[in-house]
Design a protein around this ligand. Structure first.
Ligand SMILES: Cc1cc2nc3c(=O)[nH]c(=O)nc-3n(C[C@H](O)[C@H](O)[C@H](O)COP(=O)(O)OP(=O)(O)OC[C@H]3O[C@@H](n4cnc5c(N)ncnc54)[C@H](O)[C@@H]3O)c2cc1C
Length: 278
Protein backbone atom coordinates (compact mmCIF):
# COMPACT_ATOMS: atom_id res chain seq x y z
CA UNK A 1 0.00 0.00 0.00
CA UNK A 2 1.23 3.50 -0.84
CA UNK A 3 2.35 5.72 2.01
CA UNK A 4 1.86 9.43 1.34
CA UNK A 5 2.91 12.33 3.56
CA UNK A 6 1.25 15.72 3.11
CA UNK A 7 2.90 18.83 4.61
CA UNK A 8 0.43 21.50 5.66
CA UNK A 9 0.93 24.90 7.19
CA UNK A 10 -1.70 26.84 9.09
CA UNK A 11 -1.70 30.42 7.79
CA UNK A 12 -3.70 33.59 8.44
CA UNK A 13 -6.49 33.99 5.87
CA UNK A 14 -4.87 36.48 3.48
CA UNK A 15 -8.28 37.78 2.37
CA UNK A 16 -8.76 39.13 5.90
CA UNK A 17 -5.30 40.63 6.42
CA UNK A 18 -4.88 44.41 6.54
CA UNK A 19 -1.67 46.38 6.74
CA UNK A 20 -1.13 48.97 9.45
CA UNK A 21 -0.30 52.09 7.39
CA UNK A 22 1.80 53.54 10.25
CA UNK A 23 4.02 50.55 11.01
CA UNK A 24 3.73 48.72 7.66
CA UNK A 25 3.19 45.47 9.58
CA UNK A 26 0.38 42.94 9.23
CA UNK A 27 -2.63 43.35 11.46
CA UNK A 28 -3.16 39.77 12.62
CA UNK A 29 -5.72 40.38 15.36
CA UNK A 30 -9.04 38.78 14.54
CA UNK A 31 -7.69 37.16 11.37
CA UNK A 32 -8.90 33.54 11.10
CA UNK A 33 -6.32 30.76 10.61
CA UNK A 34 -6.85 28.43 7.66
CA UNK A 35 -5.01 25.58 5.98
CA UNK A 36 -2.77 26.98 3.23
CA UNK A 37 -4.76 26.59 -0.02
CA UNK A 38 -2.10 24.76 -2.04
CA UNK A 39 -1.59 22.28 0.81
CA UNK A 40 -5.26 21.32 0.43
CA UNK A 41 -4.53 20.60 -3.26
CA UNK A 42 -1.69 18.30 -2.09
CA UNK A 43 -4.04 16.61 0.38
CA UNK A 44 -6.79 16.19 -2.22
CA UNK A 45 -4.36 14.49 -4.61
CA UNK A 46 -3.13 12.18 -1.85
CA UNK A 47 -6.74 11.30 -0.97
CA UNK A 48 -7.70 10.62 -4.58
CA UNK A 49 -4.66 8.32 -4.92
CA UNK A 50 -5.89 6.64 -1.72
CA UNK A 51 -9.34 6.23 -3.32
CA UNK A 52 -7.85 4.70 -6.48
CA UNK A 53 -4.91 2.62 -5.25
CA UNK A 54 -5.28 2.41 -1.46
CA UNK A 55 -2.86 4.42 0.62
CA UNK A 56 -2.02 5.60 4.12
CA UNK A 57 -2.12 9.39 4.22
CA UNK A 58 -0.19 11.07 7.02
CA UNK A 59 -0.43 14.83 7.39
CA UNK A 60 2.36 16.73 9.15
CA UNK A 61 2.59 20.33 10.30
CA UNK A 62 5.12 22.35 12.26
CA UNK A 63 3.41 25.09 14.20
CA UNK A 64 1.93 26.26 17.49
CA UNK A 65 -0.50 24.02 19.46
CA UNK A 66 -3.45 25.78 17.79
CA UNK A 67 -2.35 24.28 14.44
CA UNK A 68 -4.00 21.04 15.59
CA UNK A 69 -7.20 22.48 14.06
CA UNK A 70 -5.57 22.35 10.62
CA UNK A 71 -4.74 18.68 11.14
CA UNK A 72 -8.25 17.90 12.35
CA UNK A 73 -9.60 19.53 9.18
CA UNK A 74 -7.34 17.24 7.11
CA UNK A 75 -8.58 14.21 9.07
CA UNK A 76 -12.19 15.29 8.44
CA UNK A 77 -11.39 15.22 4.71
CA UNK A 78 -9.98 11.67 4.92
CA UNK A 79 -6.35 11.73 6.14
CA UNK A 80 -5.45 8.76 8.34
CA UNK A 81 -3.16 10.48 10.81
CA UNK A 82 -2.09 14.02 11.71
CA UNK A 83 1.25 14.84 13.32
CA UNK A 84 1.85 18.24 14.90
CA UNK A 85 5.50 19.13 15.43
CA UNK A 86 5.32 21.74 18.14
CA UNK A 87 7.77 23.09 20.65
CA UNK A 88 8.83 26.60 21.66
CA UNK A 89 12.33 25.72 20.45
CA UNK A 90 11.00 25.44 16.86
CA UNK A 91 9.53 28.99 16.91
CA UNK A 92 11.04 31.71 14.71
CA UNK A 93 12.10 29.22 12.03
CA UNK A 94 13.00 30.47 8.55
CA UNK A 95 12.71 28.20 5.50
CA UNK A 96 16.09 26.54 6.18
CA UNK A 97 15.14 25.58 9.74
CA UNK A 98 11.57 24.66 8.68
CA UNK A 99 12.78 22.32 5.93
CA UNK A 100 15.24 20.73 8.40
CA UNK A 101 12.46 19.95 10.90
CA UNK A 102 9.98 18.78 8.22
CA UNK A 103 12.65 16.45 6.75
CA UNK A 104 13.32 14.96 10.21
CA UNK A 105 9.55 14.58 10.67
CA UNK A 106 9.19 12.64 7.40
CA UNK A 107 12.05 10.37 8.51
CA UNK A 108 10.32 9.77 11.84
CA UNK A 109 7.01 9.07 10.08
CA UNK A 110 8.91 6.39 8.11
CA UNK A 111 10.27 4.89 11.35
CA UNK A 112 6.79 4.70 12.85
CA UNK A 113 4.59 3.74 9.87
CA UNK A 114 7.02 2.46 7.23
CA UNK A 115 8.65 3.76 4.02
CA UNK A 116 7.15 6.86 2.40
CA UNK A 117 6.47 6.79 -1.38
CA UNK A 118 5.39 10.40 -1.90
CA UNK A 119 5.55 13.68 -0.07
CA UNK A 120 3.19 16.50 -1.06
CA UNK A 121 3.80 20.17 -0.29
CA UNK A 122 2.00 23.22 -1.58
CA UNK A 123 3.84 25.28 -4.21
CA UNK A 124 4.03 28.11 -1.65
CA UNK A 125 2.27 29.52 1.39
CA UNK A 126 -0.10 32.48 1.55
CA UNK A 127 1.98 34.18 4.25
CA UNK A 128 5.71 33.35 3.91
CA UNK A 129 5.19 32.81 0.18
CA UNK A 130 8.76 31.73 -0.56
CA UNK A 131 8.13 28.30 -2.13
CA UNK A 132 11.42 27.12 -0.63
CA UNK A 133 10.31 24.58 1.95
CA UNK A 134 9.24 21.81 -0.48
CA UNK A 135 12.48 21.82 -2.51
CA UNK A 136 14.44 22.18 0.77
CA UNK A 137 12.82 19.04 2.20
CA UNK A 138 13.44 17.14 -1.07
CA UNK A 139 17.15 18.08 -1.00
CA UNK A 140 17.55 17.08 2.64
CA UNK A 141 15.87 13.70 2.05
CA UNK A 142 17.55 13.21 -1.32
CA UNK A 143 14.13 12.79 -2.99
CA UNK A 144 13.38 13.40 -6.65
CA UNK A 145 11.53 16.74 -6.65
CA UNK A 146 8.62 17.49 -8.98
CA UNK A 147 7.58 21.09 -8.47
CA UNK A 148 4.42 22.89 -9.69
CA UNK A 149 2.57 19.64 -10.40
CA UNK A 150 -0.81 20.29 -12.09
CA UNK A 151 -1.65 16.72 -13.06
CA UNK A 152 -0.63 13.17 -12.23
CA UNK A 153 -0.95 11.47 -15.60
CA UNK A 154 0.05 8.00 -14.51
CA UNK A 155 1.19 6.04 -11.49
CA UNK A 156 2.67 2.58 -11.98
CA UNK A 157 2.94 1.06 -8.51
CA UNK A 158 4.73 -2.10 -9.69
CA UNK A 159 7.43 -0.25 -11.64
CA UNK A 160 7.39 2.53 -9.02
CA UNK A 161 7.07 5.16 -11.72
CA UNK A 162 5.06 8.35 -11.83
CA UNK A 163 4.33 10.67 -14.78
CA UNK A 164 3.31 14.24 -13.97
CA UNK A 165 2.64 17.51 -15.76
CA UNK A 166 4.52 20.53 -14.39
CA UNK A 167 2.83 23.92 -14.72
CA UNK A 168 5.50 26.25 -16.09
CA UNK A 169 5.23 29.87 -17.17
CA UNK A 170 5.71 29.05 -20.84
CA UNK A 171 3.93 25.71 -21.05
CA UNK A 172 3.59 22.29 -19.51
CA UNK A 173 6.46 19.91 -18.88
CA UNK A 174 5.74 16.17 -18.77
CA UNK A 175 8.12 14.36 -16.44
CA UNK A 176 8.57 10.71 -15.56
CA UNK A 177 10.24 9.91 -12.23
CA UNK A 178 10.91 6.97 -9.93
CA UNK A 179 9.29 6.83 -6.51
CA UNK A 180 9.89 8.10 -3.87
CA UNK A 181 9.23 11.68 -4.94
CA UNK A 182 8.35 15.02 -3.40
CA UNK A 183 5.73 17.01 -5.32
CA UNK A 184 4.62 20.60 -4.88
CA UNK A 185 1.00 21.21 -5.79
CA UNK A 186 -0.55 24.08 -7.76
CA UNK A 187 -4.24 25.04 -7.68
CA UNK A 188 -4.86 23.53 -11.15
CA UNK A 189 -4.11 20.05 -9.75
CA UNK A 190 -7.63 19.50 -8.41
CA UNK A 191 -10.55 20.90 -6.43
CA UNK A 192 -10.21 19.94 -2.77
CA UNK A 193 -13.14 17.90 -1.47
CA UNK A 194 -15.44 18.85 1.37
CA UNK A 195 -15.27 16.86 4.59
CA UNK A 196 -17.62 13.89 4.73
CA UNK A 197 -20.01 13.36 7.66
CA UNK A 198 -18.08 10.29 8.96
CA UNK A 199 -14.89 12.37 8.54
CA UNK A 200 -16.31 15.23 10.58
CA UNK A 201 -17.39 12.80 13.32
CA UNK A 202 -13.94 11.17 13.39
CA UNK A 203 -12.17 14.55 13.43
CA UNK A 204 -14.33 15.75 16.35
CA UNK A 205 -12.86 12.98 18.53
CA UNK A 206 -9.41 12.94 16.91
CA UNK A 207 -6.35 14.15 18.78
CA UNK A 208 -3.36 14.77 16.52
CA UNK A 209 -0.08 13.14 17.55
CA UNK A 210 2.28 15.80 18.96
CA UNK A 211 6.04 15.50 18.60
CA UNK A 212 8.34 17.87 20.50
CA UNK A 213 12.12 18.28 20.37
CA UNK A 214 12.38 15.30 22.78
CA UNK A 215 10.91 12.98 20.16
CA UNK A 216 13.73 13.44 17.65
CA UNK A 217 16.78 11.37 18.64
CA UNK A 218 19.25 13.01 16.24
CA UNK A 219 17.99 16.58 16.45
CA UNK A 220 20.70 19.23 16.00
CA UNK A 221 19.43 22.12 18.16
CA UNK A 222 21.69 24.56 16.32
CA UNK A 223 19.57 24.02 13.17
CA UNK A 224 16.13 24.74 14.60
CA UNK A 225 14.09 27.82 15.55
CA UNK A 226 15.49 31.30 15.47
CA UNK A 227 19.03 30.03 16.23
CA UNK A 228 19.00 27.88 13.10
CA UNK A 229 17.57 30.63 10.88
CA UNK A 230 20.14 32.74 9.04
CA UNK A 231 17.48 34.72 7.11
CA UNK A 232 17.32 38.38 8.07
CA UNK A 233 14.30 40.47 7.12
CA UNK A 234 15.97 43.80 6.34
CA UNK A 235 12.89 45.85 5.61
CA UNK A 236 9.22 45.43 4.79
CA UNK A 237 7.11 47.99 2.99
CA UNK A 238 3.82 48.34 1.17
CA UNK A 239 4.19 48.96 -2.57
CA UNK A 240 3.15 52.48 -3.57
CA UNK A 241 -0.29 52.54 -5.15
CA UNK A 242 -0.31 54.32 -8.51
CA UNK A 243 -3.32 56.50 -9.17
CA UNK A 244 -4.78 56.63 -12.65
CA UNK A 245 -7.83 58.45 -13.89
CA UNK A 246 -10.86 56.21 -14.16
CA UNK A 247 -14.24 56.93 -15.59
CA UNK A 248 -17.60 55.43 -14.65
CA UNK A 249 -19.70 54.37 -17.59
CA UNK A 250 -23.43 54.61 -17.05
CA UNK A 251 -25.29 51.52 -18.15
CA UNK A 252 -28.62 53.28 -18.23
CA UNK A 253 -28.42 53.40 -22.00
CA UNK A 254 -27.87 49.66 -22.13
CA UNK A 255 -24.65 47.64 -22.24
CA UNK A 256 -24.26 47.74 -26.00
CA UNK A 257 -24.38 51.48 -26.38
CA UNK A 258 -22.13 51.92 -23.28
CA UNK A 259 -19.61 49.58 -24.88
CA UNK A 260 -19.83 51.47 -28.18
CA UNK A 261 -19.20 54.74 -26.30
CA UNK A 262 -16.19 53.21 -24.54
CA UNK A 263 -14.68 51.89 -27.76
CA UNK A 264 -15.21 55.31 -29.31
CA UNK A 265 -13.39 56.94 -26.41
CA UNK A 266 -10.55 54.42 -26.51
CA UNK A 267 -9.87 55.42 -30.09
CA UNK A 268 -10.20 59.11 -29.38
CA UNK A 269 -6.92 60.95 -28.94
CA UNK A 270 -7.42 61.76 -25.25
CA UNK A 271 -8.15 58.56 -23.33
CA UNK A 272 -5.01 56.50 -24.10
CA UNK A 273 -2.93 59.45 -22.93
CA UNK A 274 -5.07 59.85 -19.79
CA UNK A 275 -4.61 56.18 -18.96
CA UNK A 276 -0.88 56.47 -19.54
CA UNK A 277 -0.96 54.10 -22.54
CA UNK A 278 0.17 56.63 -25.11
C1 LIG B 1 13.63 35.41 11.27
C2 LIG B 1 12.33 34.75 10.89
C3 LIG B 1 11.46 34.35 11.88
C4 LIG B 1 10.26 33.74 11.54
N1 LIG B 1 9.44 33.32 12.52
C5 LIG B 1 8.29 32.67 12.22
C6 LIG B 1 7.44 32.16 13.22
O1 LIG B 1 7.72 32.30 14.41
N2 LIG B 1 6.29 31.55 12.85
C7 LIG B 1 5.97 31.36 11.51
O2 LIG B 1 4.91 30.78 11.21
N3 LIG B 1 6.78 31.79 10.55
C8 LIG B 1 7.92 32.45 10.87
N4 LIG B 1 8.72 32.90 9.91
C9 LIG B 1 8.34 32.64 8.56
C10 LIG B 1 8.93 31.31 8.18
O3 LIG B 1 10.16 31.52 7.58
C11 LIG B 1 8.09 30.65 7.17
O4 LIG B 1 6.72 30.74 7.44
C12 LIG B 1 8.37 29.18 7.11
O5 LIG B 1 9.74 28.95 7.12
C13 LIG B 1 7.82 28.56 5.87
O6 LIG B 1 8.20 29.31 4.76
P1 LIG B 1 7.10 29.75 3.76
O7 LIG B 1 5.90 30.17 4.54
O8 LIG B 1 7.70 30.69 2.80
O9 LIG B 1 6.77 28.36 3.08
P2 LIG B 1 6.85 27.93 1.56
O10 LIG B 1 8.22 27.52 1.24
O11 LIG B 1 6.19 28.94 0.68
O12 LIG B 1 5.93 26.65 1.71
C14 LIG B 1 5.84 25.65 0.72
C15 LIG B 1 5.17 24.45 1.31
O13 LIG B 1 5.99 23.88 2.34
C16 LIG B 1 5.15 23.32 3.35
N5 LIG B 1 5.37 24.02 4.62
C17 LIG B 1 5.86 25.27 4.82
N6 LIG B 1 5.90 25.55 6.15
C18 LIG B 1 5.43 24.45 6.78
C19 LIG B 1 5.20 24.12 8.14
N7 LIG B 1 5.47 24.96 9.13
N8 LIG B 1 4.70 22.87 8.43
C20 LIG B 1 4.41 22.00 7.43
N9 LIG B 1 4.60 22.26 6.14
C21 LIG B 1 5.09 23.47 5.81
C22 LIG B 1 3.71 23.51 2.88
O14 LIG B 1 3.32 22.38 2.15
C23 LIG B 1 3.83 24.72 1.98
O15 LIG B 1 2.80 24.82 1.03
C24 LIG B 1 9.92 33.53 10.19
C25 LIG B 1 10.81 33.97 9.20
C26 LIG B 1 12.00 34.57 9.55
C27 LIG B 1 12.90 35.00 8.45
Amino acid sequence: MLHIVVCVKQVPDSREIRIDPKTNTLIRQGVPAIVNYFDLNGLEEALSLKDRFGARVTVVSMGPPSADKALKQCVSMGADEGVLVSDRAFAGADTLATSYVIALTVQKVEEVWGPVDMVFCGKQTLDGDTGQVGPGVACRLDLEQLTYVEKIEQLDEKRREIVVHRHLEDGIERVKAKLPVLMTAVAELNKPRRASLPGVLRAAEYKPIVWTTNDFANLDRAQIGLKGSPTIVGKTWVPEQKKIDTQMIGLDKGIESAATDLIGQLFSTELPAKLGWA
